[in-house]
Ligand binder design. Sequence first.
Ligand code: BG6
Length: 467
Amino acid sequence: MNKFPKDFLWGASTSAYQIEGGINQGGKVPSIMDRFDERETYPKGITGFKVASDHYNNWKEDVSIMAEMGFKSYRFSISWPRIIKNVKGDVNQEGIKFYSDLIDELIKYKIEPVVTMFHFDTPNFIDEVGGLDSSEFSKLFEIYSKVLFENYGSKVKWWLTINELNMFALVGQTIGVISEKSKASKWQIMHNLNVAQARAIILFRKMLPDGKIGPAPNISSVYPASSKPEDYDAKIKFDQLRNWAFLDIVCRGDYSNYFKIALKSIGEEIMVTEEEKEVLKNSKPDFIAFNYYSTMTVETATMEDYKKSLDKNKDQQKGMVVPGVGKSVYNPNLEKTQFGWEIDPIGFKNTLKEVYDRYQLPIMITENGIGAKDVLTEDEKIHDDYRIEYYKRHIKFMSEAIQEGVEMIGYMPWSAIDLVSTHEGISKRYGFIYVNRDEFDEKDMRRIRKDSFFWYKELIEKNGENI
Ligand code: BG6
């Protein structure tokens, strides 16, 4: 029998720029994501984020369908450019109202709102102070955080700081989160984001002492490609650069020596001021949230590998290379999704155990899921048995992790509803709820329940005991 805690937060996730659309509605100012599809580097033949799933105009219906599925929680992000108008921090009241109404509606259905403060959609006005390259970034993030805590702090208990902070450093260009104008090293950008996160947590403690806040990186166990000691060496370094650097800084208050040395060995260095050191020391989270899609397998990498990795078609799960450290390779023991992402449910359990063992904080899963080209049949059905199978296996191993001692708060897979993928369009669908549109034909945006919708509804009803 699989046992989950009584108040386990079963739900699902989305992010503002990937579902909302309405980029010119409600006083929203431009963000880096609004025109990402117009960049040279964006793959051709794939829609961008201007309309997305039109959730901005359909949010009530969307929430009611989530309630029908029995969600206990819903993780969504607040769009910074919908809330703040400029570098002075002027507030857009229409934006405030949009999320306030959304939160009230969730509460009406007894769905716990889990808020991501920042999920990739940097407002363009940040460029006026040097963008993510600048240490000023963290101060503007603090101003934004204050507005969020003031307006929603009395209604929202669970807060996530920055989504996948580590992906900014590792694949920032591919997923479009780094501006084309950026000149700073991606590791310095990572540091600026870490300071922003720390400032937000410190402020949170002062303003909302009863709330809970945590980081939300993308974490995965790393396997060596072989039993060659060199590959194991690459695995240890990759663990630092891909995973632990981003959790050590927030949970332990400093970068580890291993990380600093690994950075030096690849010719990188980050500037940390004395004031920032103090800030970073004092920003412990209440829990760790992380996104998990698959594990990573690595072997040592040459400079030649690094040059190849500059190929713009690389992806956040495929082809990650850190010169002088390692490169990711396919694991021959794992199946792949239609989009080439490896499927590793046992790796999920082991990642949970590694994270818990290292930091001893409760864990919330804020993303996990399978992107697929779902087919709408003539009788209006979506038979996504592959998605059900994916979830069954991951939830089974999550339950084993709990039995083996991992303390868990909830599971919010990706995604509640179909949305536009970071760089592979709407055809890479993740939702329990289908959105009737194609890449460039917006059709009627009708919401249709997939087979996985009914399966997940029953799973939530039985608190996972039927898995
Ligand atoms: C995570 C992000 O990287 O993975 C999401 O937090 C993203 O924003 C998800 O959509 C799946 O990735 P992709 O590239 O398939 O959209």
